[in-house]
Design a binder for this molecule. Structure first.
Ligand code: PHE
Length: 358
């Protein structure tokens, strides 16, 4: 019978010589499998005298342990090598031009939301969100629009079916309920914007049943109408990228602000082309005002101590103005040609440092 030392050397060499995992497995079976060389030796133990069997058995077991370790080590080495080989083969050449199939575009709504977040973020506003499905209290009552108030009619609200307790949930008609949720959730000061979807039952060239707003809320002990104007004028200049943009604030009415205003920016419509900047015309871009003390009170904020302003901006309207998109309804047609024309390259994330639009 071959001596054990020679068998050991031969089997270890067969592991070392295995060039890949499949070959290593064959070597393993040949050594330790059911009919493997070592296994055969172990089977032969039965023919020995008890004393000799014990000694030989211990020897064979020790060798089996050694072989198993050698196998594991070789397997680990081969696996590492296989991974290295794969990593080596899977090179990415980042100098190659962008593949032609990467034609995805950022929708103008997403783009404008990102631009607005960059501008207000730079002014220190935090971004918060509220639910699309609201209740009467947050969408109306807490905003100083009690039941039967005529402002409720103006909102063309989508209601859900009545519930057992007689209440009806609704799709929020504006982002202003996020003002209430923000104030109820924590202590002043607040400086937030709340972008999101809003819903009104309306459909024509300037209205879609779903559209987007960005709400703004600033409340502390000192904020006054001058801050409101400064903040929104700065915003409009940054957003429209026109330094001497003419703006005006027209007195208006919202139940949740007092006084209330609407902000217009100057534009011209000469030759049927809308141009933002100096001109004979005005275009409304947002509603705003000082938060009505009753709203603060209903949100648990002490109106004797705190005050501030709020605004609500139409996102689609701003996008149409800035990028010359004539029909609101086309935003939601999901027409790839439209998106190719009006969309933005992915990766051009707007920032005040890098530029809003490139
Ligand atoms: N929520 C108002 C609207 O949808 C806009 C607005 C918000 C006005 C905040 C004033 C203050 O028309």
């Amino acid at each position: 019978m071959q001596n054990l030392e020679a068998l050991r050397a031969e089997l270890l060499a067969s592991f070392e010589q295995a060039a890949d995992l499949a070959a290593l497995d064959q070597a393993r079976v040949a050594a330790l499998g059911k009919k493997g060389r070592l296994t055969e030796r172990m089977k032969g133990l039965g023919t020995l005298e008890p004393d000799a069997r014990k000694a030989a058995g211990q020897e064979l077991n020790r060798l089996k342990g050694e072989l198993t370790e050698a196998l594991d080590a070789r397997r680990a080495a081969l696996e590492g090598g296989a991974l290295d080989a794969r990593l080596g083969a899977e090179k990415v050449d980042i100098t190659l031009p962008v593949r032609p199939e990467s034609e995805g575009r950022i929708h103008p709504i997403s783009q404008v939301l990102d631009e607005m977040a960059a501008i207000f973020g730079d002014m220190g506003f935090a971004i918060v969100e509220g639910p699309d499905i609201e209740d009467d209290f947050h969408n109306f009552t807490a905003l100083n629009i009690p039941p039967e108030h005529p402002a409720r009619q103006m909102h063309d609200t989508f209601y859900f079916p009545e519930r057992d307790d007689g209440s009806r949930r609704l799709l929020r008609t504006h982002t202003s309920p996020v003002q209430i949720r923000t104030m109820k959730a924590g202590e002043p000061p607040y400086r937030i914007i709340a972008p999101g979807r809003t819903y009104r039952c309306d459909y024509d060239i300037t209205h879609t049943p779903m559209f987007h707003q960005i709400e703004g809320l600033v409340v502390d002990e000192h904020t006054h109408m001058g801050h409101l104007k400064g903040c929104l004028i700065d915003f409009a200049k940054s957003f429209f990228e026109v330094d001497n943009l003419p703006v005006r604030f027209r007195p208006s009415y919202f139940p949740f602000t007092e006084p209330s205003a609407e902000m217009d920016i100057g534009c011209s419509r000469d030759g049927g082309v809308l141009r933002i900047g100096e001109g004979a015309d005005w275009m409304e871009i947002l509603g705003c005002g000082m938060v009505n003390p009753r709203v603060l009170e209903m949100s648990g904020v002490d109106p004797a101590r705190y005050q501030g302003f709020a605004f609500g901006l139409g996102v689609e309207r701003s996008a149409m103005l800035k990028y010359g998109i004539p029909d609101l309804r086309t935003f939601y047609d999901a027409d790839a040609r439209w998106l190719k024309h009006y969309g933005f390259a992915a990766g051009d994330v707007p920032s005040l440092v890098g530029g809003l639009t490139r």
